[in-house]
Design a protein around this ligand. Structure first.
Ligand SMILES: Nc1ncnc2c1ncn2[C@@H]1O[C@H](COP(=O)(O)OP(=O)(O)OP(=O)(O)O)[C@@H](O)[C@H]1O
Ligand SMILES: O=C(O)[C@H](O)CO
Length: 523
């Protein structure tokens, strides 16, 4: 009888423990999502443009204020734009400048307006009486005839402007494919072929866009030259690591030199010099000579949205919900498996610090080697851990990171780099002998555009016993990962509770990771 009572008590205790732990996972999940969404909201078009663009009307004269400068408005304002987030950016600008805008053309991905209508994102759409013409193209992020037509319209508009005019240029990720203007005698097909070959050989976005810049009439400062002598105010949303303005959408308003040599070096690095179209050499000779830098004094480039801006807002939110924030890096990149190990280790190191366990010397060494291996430039991990250790009283930590990992897709599964990273972090905690005792830990990885790879989800969540819980339900994380099938795993596990669903957001500043570690209350 006593034995039976004991078993009953054990079961009751166990079920209370599981309930408590699942309640704490859910509350951390909610906190992580709030922190992530605060970051995303700060780089949505209405907030970004609201912060950066102001019109002051005073006694019949009006000025546009932007980046600490003023531009006078007198029936002289035009707008062009290209990129995945440009529809919402154009809508926000038109709301701010109103009747001052005379004419505009934007080039955006095919289907974007319908997508925004279905998502009921009315603030991302232009009004029916808008002065901005919308042209859709570049299906699957590849330059096509529709994008070529849009690029021509944009060029024509820019070229007709005089020194009295002011041209606002809206730029966001995806802009390269939406603004093709091949240098003759290259044609669109040649351009498509070169871009595709480079991408397939594994060229990174810096290399890809260096070549694109060299082969385009509008990229690499070409659009700013076309608009000369009009004043150009370029408002840029960064989707690249490092926020280099000459790389984002291949820098159509950014001064750039040395095109030919760099382009040849990259093609040679990927052994493509012999397989690219023969007309390429001729095109390289036809590249317009860049004027001296002061030839760009009519251009004002402003970075108005970036991963860092999102992380800074997320940082404020994490403080508000009771965490000590640590912004680690906006340049997180590299193989998703190594990045997963990095977050796995970090959770344990931080957990040891906040529960006052002895220093995890070996793990700290390993994480330094990993960070070095991943060559993340702005990651000063030793110093950050030292500060955390020195603070002594911290019991809840929120680590924030941003960037873009690389996934080697294998098999025919459905997934994205954020869902894959979340599942791999969970797998790390499961398979290795991690000691997270005394801590509640939750990880989130999400794409700020709201779409992770070719899936409906924005990303995923992970917690330490997730893989064990899934196993109890017959789901083996490892075999899903072997087939790049993270989305299917997360959809099946607990009815998709650990998928991050936001819907399309209308912005894109790469991916964001949130790692929450807090000391368990009753420990
Ligand atoms: N089954 C899969 N599992 C994991 N990752 C995948 C899978 N299929 C595609 N991906 C990844 O998804 C990415 C492409 O998706 P997505 O369009 O969101 O990224 P992107 O090209 O960086 O565009 P954006 O900047 O708009 O996010 C690629 O990095 C690819 O490796
Ligand atoms: O359009 C592009 O070139 C990429 O999205 C990087 O900005």
């Amino acid at each position: 009888m006593a034995g039976a009572l004991q078993v009953l008590k054990f079961r009751r205790d166990l079920s209370t423990k599981i309930k408590t732990s699942s309640t704490s996972i859910m509350s951390q999940q909610e906190e992580a999502k709030q922190i992530f969404m605060t970051g995303v909201t700060s780089v949505l078009p209405p907030s970004m443009l609201g912060r950066n663009l102001v019109v002051k009307d005073n006694c019949g004269s009006s000025v546009l204020q932007c980046g600490g400068r003023e531009f006078s408005l007198h029936k002289n304002l035009y707008l062009v734009g290209f990129g995945k987030a440009v529809l919402g950016m154009a809508a926000a600008v038109e709301k701010i400048v109103g009747k001052h805008l005379l004419q505009g053309v934007i080039s955006i991905p095919r289907g974007m307006q319908d997508t925004m209508k279905h998502a009921k994102k009315w603030e991302m759409l232009l009004p029916l009486d808008s002065r901005i013409r919308v042209m859709e193209g570049a299906e699957h992020n590849l330059p096509d005839k529709a994008a070529l037509a849009a690029a021509r319209e944009i060029k024509t508009l820019a070229e007709k402007l005089s020194e009295k005019d002011l041209l606002i240029v809206l730029i966001s990720g995806g802009g390269s494919a939406l603004l093709p203007a091949p240098v003759p005698p290259l044609n669109l097909r040649d351009k498509q072929m070169i871009t595709k070959q480079l991408a397939e050989k594994g060229a990174n976005i810096h290399e890809l866009n260096t070549v694109r810049r060299a082969l385009s009439q509008l990229k690499g400062g070409g659009l700013a030259r076309a608009a000369y002598p009009a004043q150009v105010v370029s408002l840029i949303l960064s989707d690249v690591i490092g926020d280099n303005l000459d790389i984002i959408a291949s820098g159509p308003t950014v001064f750039c030199t040395q095109k030919k040599q760099e382009c040849l070096q990259i093609l040679s690095k990927y052994s493509l010099l012999d397989s690219v179209p023969k007309v390429l050499e001729q095109a390289l000779l036809n590249i317009p000579q860049a004027p001296a830098n002061n030839g760009f004094s009519h251009v004002h480039n402003f970075l108005i949205g970036s991963n860092l801006i999102a992380l800074k807002e997320a940082e404020k939110k994490s403080l508000e919900v009771g965490y000590h924030p640590l912004v680690l890096s906006t340049c997180l990149n590299g193989d998703v498996k190594k990045v997963a190990r990095f977050f796995g280790l970090l959770a344990q190191i931080v957990c040891a610090i906040i529960t006052c366990r002895p220093k995890e010397k070996l793990l700290e060494q390993e994480i330094l080697v990993l960070a070095n291996d991943l060559s993340i430039p702005d990651l000063n991990i030793s110093e950050k851990l030292l500060t955390l250790r020195a603070s002594g009283t911290v019991e809840s930590v929120c680590i924030l990171c941003g960037g873009e990992t690389t996934v080697l897709v294998q098999g025919k599964g459905k997934g994205g780099r954020n869902q894959e990273l979340a599942l791999r972090v969970a797998q790390e905690w499961h398979k290795s002998s991690y000691d997270l005792k005394g801590c509640e830990v939750l990880f989130l990885s999400g794409g700020t555009d709201g779409q992770d790879g070719p899936t409906e989800a924005a990303g995923g969540f992970a917690y330490p016993s997730m893989v064990a819980h899934a196993q109890e339900n017959g789901l083996d994380a490892e075999s899903f990962l072997d087939h790049s099938n993270s989305n299917t795993f997360l959809s099946r596990f607990q009815d998709g509770r650990y998928l991050l669903n936001t819907g399309l957001t209308g912005t894109n500043v790469m991916d964001v990771q949130v790692l929450l570690i807090r000391k368990t209350k009753n420990d």
